[in-house]
Design a protein. Structure first.
Length: 461
């Protein structure tokens, strides 16, 4: 389905380009006939392309999001009674097996006859869905192209129509963004409440043991797991603080040097290179942390008689700080360059040195933007996963020793949701409680940052 949708999206792009060219050429033809159209030819082409592409794109998105669910419902309806009456979790696993067999991931010759029938039914419905998707999307695209082409005339106000369509798209996009955020928060809250119905909130927030797996023996920790999040919170804050201690001073000093001391030609080269570092995949930093920094930290600690874990919070925090430096330096550099030159000139006119100007004028004036960059970097550190997995490990320990192995909230969210899970168990639902906790912490930090920014803005404006 994904490959088919990709090919269809490519065909849709070609049709939109053809619509743009046809609309523009028709406007040029009208102009060459001695009649002055209302708008420029490019607006007529844009109108035809939008009328061609928007309805077809919406239909494609709706089809992609709803087709698999509908196919599953029809497959369930066609199952024998003893299979369709299975509990929700078992039925979901059964449908996953049917889908895997349909795509050849699981051998079909070992399945029961009724499962083979369900697989064949699934394949038939999927094929029908693909053909219908092509038919509906292409019909809408071609119909829109023809309709838009017919609308091209000297009297048609193409520019006004295009601006109105774009205005509607912008409003719809902002509405979708707001609704998506609300949906994410509500889903976290709903699933977290289901978790807290099984595990007390006090145990989750103040418990000192994290062992979410179901115990195999009665004498193990908790007959149904232990869900104290304190070890995860401690590990998250420890690694994030180490990362910020590395990133903030280094990034801020780099920003000051680029803004105030670096020659313009050199800055034009260094700043883009620094921003490229922000695009390096985090798994690359994870390899660097696991293969280079972690052994280096362990060997250095052992050389002076310290007991350093093979995977330590210090190694993960240092590498995470290196990863965050471009965020802090680039944003702080932009903020410093946005400070009016009149402040610099006024400071120099009063006899201040360059160092005094930077310390007493530029940094205070740019403080709101610098605080924003630090908060963004801290949020980036809180959400990092791969570096922690590869350099700090999965051990949920309560410690503030940077030489010990720790883990973070995001690592265990990813670990809890890997593979097929039953969303009725406290183990799986604990991932949503952790996500809600992380959301609340991030929101609190943002509120604090806004208050700091407001205070200093009132002071300097």
């Amino acid at each position: 389905m994904a490959m088919t949708a990709g090919v269809l999206a490519l065909v849709l792009c070609v049709l939109c380009f053809a619509g743009f060219w046809l609309g523009r050429q028709e406007a040029v033809r009208i102009r060459s006939g001695g009649v002055q159209p209302h708008s420029l030819p490019s607006y007529y082409g844009s109108y035809v392309a939008l009328v061609c592409g928007i309805p077809a794109s919406l239909a494609l998105l709706i089809w992609i999001s709803a087709a698999d669910s509908l196919v599953r419902q029809f497959v369930i309806a066609g199952l024998p009674d003893h299979l369709s009456a299975l509990p929700e979790g078992d039925l979901a696993l059964l449908l996953t097996d049917v889908r895997n067999m349909a795509y050849g991931r699981v051998p079909l010759n070992t399945a029961r006859p009724e499962i083979v029938g369900a697989v064949e039914h699934y394949l038939r419905l999927s094929e029908i869905s693909r053909w219908l998707m092509w038919l509906v999307v292409l019909a809408l695209a071609i119909g829109g192209l023809l309709l838009g082409r017919r609308m091209v005339s000297a009297e048609f106000r193409a520019r006004n129509a295009v601006e109105q369509i774009l205005n509607i798209l912008l409003i719809a996009s902002s509405t979708v963004a707001v609704l998506t955020t609300i949906a994410i928060v509500l889903s976290l809250i709903f699933e977290a409440l289901r978790f807290f119905a099984k595990v007390p909130a006090t145990e989750f927030l103040f418990g000192l043991t994290w062992s979410p797996q179901t115990a195999l023996r009665a004498e193990q920790v908790g007959a149904s797991g232990a869900f104290g999040a304190v070890p995860l919170i401690t590990g998250t804050m420890l690694i994030s603080v180490i990362a910020m201690l590395v990133a903030v001073p280094t990034g801020l000093m780099a920003a000051v040097y680029m803004s105030e001391f670096m020659p313009g030609r050199l800055r034009a080269v260094v700043k883009p290179v620094l921003e490229i570092l922000a695009g390096i995949p985090t798994v690359v930093y994870g390899f660097f942390a696991a293969l280079t920094v972690a052994p280096l930290v362990r060997d250095a600690g052992m050389a002076i008689g310290l007991n350093v874990a093979s995977q330590s919070a210090l190694a993960a925090g240092v590498v995470m700080g290196i990863m965050i430096i471009p965020f802090v330096s680039s944003l702080s550099d932009d903020v410093l360059n946005a400070v009016p030159n009149s402040l610099r000139e006024g400071s120099y006119g009063l006899g201040a040195t360059q160092a005094e100007t930077i310390k007493l004028v530029l940094l205070p004036a740019a403080l709101p933007g610098i605080v924003a960059s630090v908060i963004l970097a801290f949020s980036r550190a809180l959400g990092e996963t791969m570096i922690v997995v590869m350099a700090a490990g999965l051990a949920a320990n309560i410690t503030i020793n940077p030489l010990d192995a720790v883990t973070t909230v995001t690592v265990h969210i990813a670990a809890l949701l890997v593979g097929d899970q039953e969303f009725d168990s406290a183990k799986t639902l604990s991932a949503f409680a952790l996500g809600l906790l992380l959301f609340v912490v991030t929101l609190t930090l943002n509120v604090i940052a806004q208050r700091v920014v407001k205070k200093y803005r009132e002071q300097y404006e």
